[in-house]
Design a protein around this ligand. Structure first.
Ligand code: PHE
Length: 493
């Protein structure tokens, strides 16, 4: 390449200016190669003044080339006709007969003789001059200027020639012109700085246009990208991740520990996937289980309970966890068993399962994002504050809270945000303060409150990446190319 670059510089000692197309002919090199060598000269400083040029010219199409070589269709038809003529049906079988026949007829080279009752094509003149072929040969030699406009137009119309544009560069000597390329440094070393020698050196410029090498790695699914962002936000806010690696849970932790009564409709097989093998769990902290049973059936801690006959058999049933709050319950129970209570912030992002009717926005499994804070005397103000802080990090600042009901929180609030794209308020989460009937049986101190909120991972992901149908995001219809090509996720942008 540098060889060719120096040859180009050499040419400029013979003349004031030269076009790269000319150089391509002179050196018998592909024009692209010349342009490459020119770019390399330009990277070495102002050796040249370079002016972009556009050239428009006509070249023969594939059909045009065939005609230039063998003759026009009309001439070939003319030549194929013997002295005594040829049946029209036979002529029709010759190559390009349709256009050739009508052009030859129009040129007055042939005529149709029907006097015998049969259509016979006969020559009308002794010799012809194939002007089309002659002209196309002229064009191939770059002498289109010798043609009149009418012919040019006709060949264009017949698609025998086409206009092409090529870009080239006109080169002149520049202020730093030299016959050899100066050496370019690629590294700035400590020595160069110490000696001050860097001032005399020329450095290679960065090529910001260079394409990046495609990463030789796996690709994160959009849900995983958004999960990574949420996790980052929780970590920045000082939360610790809960171990959520158990999809199978039992009803005790999924419902009973959360003060969800055993007749609650969510505990129906229509809403929950129960496990048939193993059907039940039997290993529960027995004292705690007794306290849960008591608070459900007769109350306690100032509550009258639900007043029903609580059954261990119902609590034992295994299921696919319907929310990650089951994990939060396990963690809060564990926290209550510590000798001394320490304020704690926990989060989880993992999969949950519900026996739902599937549609464009619902699947039977999805991911929940959940945050939980246990501390002394937390109130609704703290909950609203932390939720606002959390969503601010997602660049969501317009929030509204609506009273709601959960068996395990009181008060409870649904979280709505204003979606500027959809121009409406949409529900994004659920939240609340865990009830004393849930926390006190665990053994947490009375003045400790636990605030918590949850949202799905799918909803923000669909909004962020513009999916309308959840099946494009999850399941067998997912386009792997979508996974590879969708951009990095920055939720705050
Ligand atoms: N578990 C609730 C749900 O599944 C979300 C939630 C979490 C609500 C924490 C309040 C507190 O929708």
């Amino acid at each position: 390449m540098s060889d060719l670059s120096e040859k180009i510089l050499g040419e400029l000692t013979k003349t004031d200016s030269i076009d790269t197309l000319e150089l391509s002919k002179t050196f018998g090199q592909d024009h692209q190669k010349i342009v490459g060598a020119l770019k390399s000269i330009e990277a070495h400083g102002n050796l040249l003044v370079v002016e972009p040029q556009t050239h428009k010219y006509f070249e023969l199409t594939a059909e045009g080339k065939l005609i230039a070589e063998n003759g026009s269709h009309e001439a070939l038809i003319y030549q194929a006709i013997p002295e005594n003529g040829m049946l029209q049906v036979k002529v029709n079988k010759l190559p390009n007969s349709k256009i050739g026949f009508s052009k030859a007829l129009a040129a007055g080279w042939i005529h149709l003789d029907k006097s015998t009752g049969q259509a016979i094509v006969k020559k009308k003149v002794q010799s012809i001059e194939d002007k089309v072929q002659t002209n196309l040969l002229l064009i191939a030699d770059g002498e289109i200027s010798k043609l009149n406009d009418k012919d040019k137009q006709e060949y264009k119309k017949r698609k025998l020639i086409q206009e092409v544009t090529i870009k080239s560069f006109l080169l002149k000597k520049g202020p730093e012109f030299s016959l050899v390329l100066p050496k370019l440094e690629t590294d700035l070393t400590a020595d160069m700085i110490a000696s001050g020698n860097w001032k005399n050196l020329k450095f290679k410029e960065y090529n910001f246009e260079a394409l990046g090498a495609p990463p030789d790695s796996g690709f994160l699914h959009p849900l995983l990208k958004v999960r990574a962002e949420f996790r980052q936000i929780f970590l920045e806010m000082g939360f610790t991740e809960m171990p959520t690696n158990n999809f199978v849970e039992n009803s005790f932790w999924n419902f009973d520990a959360l003060f969800q009564p055993q007749q609650h409709p969510a505990r129906d097989a229509h809403d929950t996937f129960f496990i048939s093998e193993p059907k039940i769990s039997t290993d529960f902290p027995s004292e705690y289980l007794e306290r849960v049973k008591t608070v459900h059936s007769i109350g306690g801690y100032g509550s009258i309970g639900y007043r029903y006959n609580w059954k261990i058999e119902e609590a034992q049933k295994n299921l696919l966890r319907t929310h990650t709050t089951a994990v939060s319950a396990r963690m809060l129970y564990k926290l209550a068993q510590e000798k001394e209570f320490k304020p704690t912030k926990l989060f989880s992002i993992d999969r949950v399962f519900r026996n739902e009717t599937l549609d464009a926005t619902h699947l039977a499994e999805f991911h929940q994002v959940e945050g939980v804070i246990a501390d002394y005397n937390l109130n609704l103000g703290n909950l609203i504050g932390i939720i606002s802080e959390f969503f601010k990090k997602l660049n969501i600042t317009q929030l509204e809270f609506k009273p709601a009901y959960n068996p395990y929180t009181e008060p409870s609030m649904e979280i709505f945000c204003f979606h500027p794209g959809l121009k409406k308020w949409i529900e994004i989460g659920n939240s609340g303060i865990f009830r004393p009937e849930m926390l006190l049986p665990m053994g947490l101190p009375e003045d400790v409150n636990v605030i918590a909120w949850g949202l799905s991972l799918e909803r923000p992901t669909m909004i962020k990446y513009g999916f309308n149908n959840i099946r494009d995001l999850v399941g067998p219809r997912v386009d792997l190319e979508m996974v590879q090509k969708n951009p990095l996720c920055r939720l705050d942008k």
